[in-house]
Design a protein around this ligand. Structure first.
Ligand code: GDP
Length: 375
C-alpha cells in the first residue's frame, strides 16, 4: 500500500505521481472480468486444459453425450463463471464452451453459434453503453478465443481455416495444438511451421502480440521473445497431481514415464498460462475494446445512420407527395372556378346583348309612334 503524501509546505512535488496507485486501488476494488471462449472438437482436452490453467474444476457435473446424442445435438454455448482471488485481486473468469462443435458433418451450424455469441455480447454491451445506467455495465464480451487444433493433422484443416476466417476480425484468436504429448519435438516444430504458413497464405491475422517496451528489463524481454517464438502453443493438460522425485507435479503418467505439464521441455503449457494470465490479459481486453468492439460499434452506428437516412428520405417523399396532392387539389378547384367565371362572363354578355336589343326595339317603337303622329 502506498504512503499518503504529507502536506508539508516545503515539499518539492505536486503529488500526481500517486495517480497509478490510485488507479490500481480503484481497479483492485472493482475487480476484473475476463471471458475466454474455448473452441474445438470434443475430446481434444479443452476442459482438462482450462482446469489445469485456472486450478479449478469448472466441469464437475459434465455429462459426456453418447454417439446418438452427439449426432442429433447441435452446437450450444455453455457459460461457466468462477470467482478467483489471488493476493487480494479478484478475477471473475467466464469460460464459454461450445459443446457439439464440429460433431456434425456440416460445420456451418458450429460457426454460426460462435459468431452469433460474440456478436450478441457486443450488441448487449453497445445497448448498455447507450443506456441510462452506464456505471455498472457487466462486460461479457469475449476477450480471447482459444482455438484447439488436433495434433494428428499435417496442418490446419479447411474447417479450421473457415472458422478462423469468420472469427479473426471479431475476437482475439490464440491457436493451441492440443494433446502435444502425442507428438515428438520435431513433429511439433514442423506442425507449428505449417500452421503459420497456412495462416500467412490465407491472410489470416490472429492475435498480434504487442511490441515489448524498450525500458523493460532483459528477463522480461527474453520471456516476450520466447512467448512469440512458441506460437501456436503446443499444450498438454492434466488434472492429476503426481509425485516425481519427491516433487508434486501436474502430469500424465505413461508406462514409459511422466509428462510434466509445466515442464517447458514437455509442452508450452507454462508459456500459455503466463501469456493468458500474467502478461497479456489486459492487452487482450484492450484489443477487444479498441479494435474488435470499435469495429462492431462503427458498423452499428453506420447501420443506424443509414436507417435514419432511409427513414428521413421516406418521410420527405411522403411529404412531397402529399404537397403534390394538395397542389393538384388546388389546381382542380382553380379550374372549376375559372370555368364558372367564364360561364358568368358569357351570361353577362348575353344579358348585355339582350338589353341592347330591347333598347333598340324600344327606340324603334318610339320612332314609329312619332311618325304616325306626324302623319
Ligand atoms: P474436451 O471434450 O475437449 O473438453 O476434452 P477433455 O478435457 O474432456 O479430454 C478428453 C480426454 O483426453 C480425456 O480422457 C483426457 O484425460 C484426455 N486428455 C486431456 N488433455 C490431454 C493431453 O494433453 N494429452 C493427452 N494425451 N490426453 C489428454
Amino acid at each position: 500500500m502506498s504512503k499518503t503524501p504529507s502536506f508539508d509546505k516545503d515539499r518539492d512535488y505536486i503529488g500526481f505521481a500517486t495517480l497509478p496507485e490510485q488507479v490500481h486501488r480503484k481497479s483492485v476494488k472493482r475487480g476484473f472480468e475476463f471471458t475466454l471462449m474455448v473452441v474445438g472438437e470434443s475430446g481434444l482436452g479443452k476442459s482438462t486444459l482450462i482446469n489445469s490453467l485456472f486450478l479449478g474444476d469448472l466441469y464437475k457435473n459434465r455429462v459426456i453425450p453418447n454417439v446418438e446424442e452427439r449426432i442429433e445435438k447441435t452446437t450450444r454455448v455453455e457459460k461457466k463463471t468462477m470467482d478467483i482471488e489471488e493476493r487480494g485481486v479478484r478475477l471473475r473468469l467466464t469460460v464459454v464452451d461450445t459443446p457439439g462443435f464440429g460433431d456434425g458433418i456440416n460445420c456451418e451450424d458450429s460457426w454460426r453459434v460462435c459468431t452469433a455469441y460474440i456478436d450478441e455480447q457486443f450488441r448487449q454491451y453497445f445497448t448498455d453503453e447507450s443506456g441510462l445506467n452506464r456505471r455498472n455495465i457487466q462486460d461479457n464480451r469475449v476477450h480471447c478465443c482459444l482455438y484447439f487444433v488436433p495434433p494428428w493433422g499435417h496442418s490446419l484443416r479447411q474447417m479450421d481455416l473457415d472458422l478462423i476466417r469468420r472469427l479473426h476480425r471479431k475476437v482475439n484468436i490464440v491457436l493451441v495444438i492440443a494433446k502435444a504429448d502425442c507428438l515428438t519435438k520435431n513433429e511439433v516444430r514442423k506442425l507449428k511451421e505449417r500452421i503459420l504458413q497456412d495462416l500467412e497464405d490465407n491472410k489470416i491475422q490472429l492475435y498480434q502480440f504487442p511490441e515489448c517496451d524498450s525500458d523493460e528489463d532483459d528477463d522480461f524481454k527474453q520471456q516476450d521473445r520466447d512467448l512469440k517464438a512458441s506460437i501456436p502453443f503446443a499444450v498438454v493438460g492434466s488434472n492429476t497431481i503426481l509425485e516425481v522425485a519427491g516433487k508434486k507435479v501436474r502430469g500424465r503418467q505413461y508406462p514409459w514415464g511422466v509428462v510434466d505439464v509445466e515442464d517447458p521441455d514437455h509442452s508450452d503449457f507454462n508459456k500459455l498460462r503466463t501469456f493468458l494470465i500474467s502478461t497479456h490479459m489486459q492487452d487482450l481486453k484492450d484489443t477487444t475494446q479498441d479494435v474488435h468492439y470499435e469495429n462492431f460499434r462503427a458498423q452499428c452506428i453506420s447501420q443506424i445512420s443509414q436507417h435514419a437516412l432511409r427513414e428521413r428520405g421516406k418521410l420527405k417523399r411522403d411529404s412531397i407527395s402529399s404537397t403534390n396532392g394538395f397542389d393538384a387539389a388546388i389546381s382542380e378547384t382553380d379550374r372549376l372556378l375559372l370555368q364558372k367565371d367564364e360561364e358568368i362572363r358569357r351570361m353577362q354578355d348575353m344579358l348585355t346583348q339582350m338589353q341592347e336589343k330591347l333598347k333598340q326595339t324600344h327606340l324603334m317603337e318610339m320612332k314609329k309612334n312619332d311618325s304616325v303622329i306626324d302623319v
